[in-house]
Design a protein around this ligand. Structure first.
Ligand SMILES: [Zn+2]
Length: 405
């Protein structure tokens, strides 16, 4: 007798679609984050919520200290209604930009304003525990200086000088960070402070910082860091574009024509970084008899008028422009920001970048494209690390959790 086969699965029953959840307290806070005070009835008008529901949500936000009364609106007859506004000082964000040899930590409010800041020479190659212990100690100092407590921390944002898997906050095979591969940064730092710990690579947070502080109206921006190495952070539709594994924007190892035959630290030859990075330019100048060891030496030479340094920077700009010209056709940004230590050397790098992009990219893609130097300079990273925490920690979903206790 033939045994009966496995029962056929019954057709999957699809439950009736749930009605979309009514906007919670977090949605109200998102409206109020623009700083403009609003009355309960204005909030009801914008969200479509009943007045009684708005009152509940407003009360919850008031109880959490995230909003406060902000005076009275003009009366339309009778008692003038109270307005409510976002209180950026309700919580603080601890933001860190850990570079290869330099570190900067800042405490900001929830509008991204720096309340206290600290910087130091710190070698990231010392390993995760000493470096993160330093970060925690500096964080406590900054909290003291600002008269705040660990419990006031909305979250911690950290930028690292290597590839990072953003979803887990772990560095992945970082070339200049021995001991960091796979280390649980959020787990280690999260034991010390309240709130989530978010980690990304240094170039992505610089892109976020520059975008937030200087180009918030532009939804599509590319930030290129030209220093010892070369990397790019991409802002797409207002958020960081990381790609499938967080490797998006790693433009330093794309081949350029002028790089033919030049060996690169990644093992290939002809990479952009092998000819246009601070390290590559310094080596080339030294080969020509002009002594330079680091990117900052190149900057000093350029500032003192060294023709060899200026020519090298112009050519590096053209090489970077080669890669960016292709990226402009692919991604159509409206702003390209050139930052990193080599951008401090003046306009020669920028001029080389512009020369090639406007010549090579499609007219439609360059019609409204602006190519500019970083305005935030060395502070872009910590501001961006704070913005990364604010975007996540003040998302409507997180705020709903926060106010529900
Ligand atoms: Zn390479």
């Amino acid at each position: 007798m033939i045994s009966p086969g496995p029962a056929r699965p019954s057709p999957v029953r699809v439950p009736p679609a749930a009605a979309p959840a009514a906007p919670g307290a977090g949605t109200l806070l998102r409206l109020l984050r623009d700083g403009r005070p609003r009355t309960r009835s204005e909030l009801a008008g914008v969200t479509g919520l009943a007045r009684s529901t708005v009152t509940q949500r407003v009360d919850a936000l008031l109880a959490a200290g995230l909003i406060g009364p902000a005076g009275e609106a003009a009366s339309t007859g009778g008692r003038p209604p109270t307005t409510f506004a976002f209180v950026p000082s309700a919580r603080v964000v601890l933001a860190a930009d850990l570079g290869a040899t330099k570190a900067r930590v800042a405490l900001t409010d929830m509008a991204g304003q720096v309340l206290a800041e600290s910087r130091a020479d710190l070698d990231v190659a010392r390993g995760p525990e000493p470096v993160l212990d330093w970060l925690v100690a500096r964080g406590d100092d900054l909290l003291d200086r600002a008269g705040r407590r660990r419990a006031d921390v909305l979250g911690v944002g950290i930028g690292l000088p290597g590839p990072v898997e953003h979803s887990t906050g772990r560095a992945v095979n970082p070339p200049i960070m021995p001991g960091w591969d796979g280390f649980d940064v959020p787990g280690y730092v999260g034991e010390r402070f309240a709130g989530p710990v978010l980690v990304d690579n240094d170039v992505n947070i610089m892109a976020l910082g520059e975008h937030f502080a200087c180009w918030a109206e532009a939804s599509h921006l590319m930030f290129v860091k030209v220093a010892t190495g070369i990397g790019c952070g991409i802002i797409s539709d207002g958020g960081v574009y990381r790609g499938a594994k967080g490797a998006a924007g790693d433009m330093g190892h794309i081949q350029v024509p002028h790089g033919a035959g030049h060996p690169c630290r990644c093992g290939n030859t002809g990479c952009l970084e092998a000819v246009a990075s601070g390290a590559a330019i310094a080596a080339e100048l030294t080969g020509q008899g002009v002594e330079a060891r680091t990117a900052l030496d190149v900057v000093d030479l350029a500032r003192s008028g060294s023709v060899a340094a200026l020519q090298s920077l112009r050519q590096a700009g053209r090489d970077i422009g080669e890669v960016l010209a292709a990226s402009v056709n692919m991604l159509n940004p409206s702003i390209i920001v050139i930052g990193g230590s080599l951008a401090l050397a003046g306009d020669h790098l920028l001029a080389g970048v512009r020369e090639v992009i406007y010549q090579r990219s499609l007219p439609l893609a360059t019609e409204d494209l602006r190519i500019v130097s970083s305005r935030m300079g060395e502070r872009a990273g910590v501001i961006g690390a704070a913005v990364m925490v604010l975007d996540y920690g003040l998302s409507p979903e997180r705020v709903d959790v926060l106010v529900s206790g």
